[in-house]
Design a protein around this ligand. Structure first.
Ligand code: T3D
Length: 265
């Protein structure tokens, strides 16, 4: 790690992960998925060491990620592939790790996000899209069902009706529709996307990392919890946030009428 399939660069507290199989719009071969999981494991370690405080995920070339590599002999051959085993081995640990990662993940969707590639984008925390980007629940076009978290993320992000229609019809959504639906936070002109995503990740890397981690933890639980339980989740998270150096710094900076210097501790 890093490999040819996945590039990993750490700079100014930001770990940039680039899916790097542009000739196939970054289709997720087993090798790419293994490398991507290894990259995120390394990032998790970097967050623990304090060197990484935000992540930027994007794709090389004109696509973000076209989903499962359909040229894989296991999928393209005449046998019966064990797709569940593949999901358990690669996608599930990856998606779970992205969701629990104790630092924000900015996703820059630079082109098409199809199938599991769309799931991967939705697993991030703040999703930006290029104006030419498209989103496609490609699964049913080839006789499969949404996976890698799409049936979890989609109804929660855009409501059940839209989620069902997208999954069943497998119509392509353009970036403006994705913005209207609430799938993405912002849309940028194509050449402005990466600078905007990088600036955002760099800004987040100077902010209270522990609070972000606790926000992720609370949000992860929110839609499955009744109110009383979620109030307890918030109280627990706030109790921990209140014991961080960054909270003390935030209050001191407010009272001192100056900009806070957060350390991520
Ligand atoms: O085991 C498991 O992994 C199970 C999990 C499955 C989860 C899934 O993700 S299922 C869904 C798999 N993905 C798809 O079905 C999408 C297939 N691709 C497309 O429908 C189109 O390529 C796109 C809509 C994404 C983009 O269309 P377009 O016209 O912009 O590009 P293109 O010309 O189709 O693709 C460019 C090249 O990438 C082309 O190769 P070529 O002709 O230049 O040599 C194309 O074959 C290749 N490519 C695109 N997607 C994939 C791919 N090669 C392998 N696998 C792909 N998914």
């Amino acid at each position: 790690m890093p490999t040819d399939n996945v590039l990993l660069d750490v700079n100014a507290g930001v770990a940039t992960v680039t899916l790097n199989r542009p000739a196939v719009l970054n289709a997720t071969s087993a090798a790419l998925l293994g490398d991507l999981l290894a990259a995120f494991e390394r990032i998790e370690q970097g967050i623990g060491d304090g060197g990484v405080r935000a992540v930027l995920l994007t794709g090389a070339g004109r696509g973000f990620c076209s989903g499962a590599d359909l040229t894989d002999p296991a999928l393209a051959g005449s046998g019966t592939p064990d797709l569940a085993a593949f999901l358990h081995r690669y996608y599930h640990p990856l998606i779970r790790l992205m969701r629990r990662l104790p630092a924000p993940i900015v996703v820059a969707v630079n082109g098409v996000a199809a199938g599991a590639g769309m799931s991967l984008a939705l697993a991030g925390d703040v999703v930006l899209a290029a104006r030419s980007a498209t989103f496609l629940q490609a699964f049913s076009r080839i006789g499969l069902v949404p996976d890698a978290g799409s049936t979890y993320f989609l109804p929660r992000l855009i409501g059940e009706g839209r989620a069902r229609a997208l999954a069943i019809l497998a119509d392509k959504l353009d970036a403006e529709q994705a913005l209207q639906f609430g799938l993405v936070w912002q849309v940028h002109d194509d050449d402005a996307l990466l600078p905007a995503a990088r600036a955002l990740a760099e800004r987040l890397a100077t902010q209270p990392t522990r609070a972000f981690a606790l926000i992720k933890e609370a949000m992860n639980q929110s839609l499955d919890n009744p109110l009383a339980a979620q109030l307890e989740v918030e109280a627990d998270a706030q109790g921990r946030a209140g014991r961080t150096e960054d909270f003390r710094e935030g209050v001191a900076a407010f009272l001192g009428k100056r900009r806070p210097q957060f350390k991520g501790r």
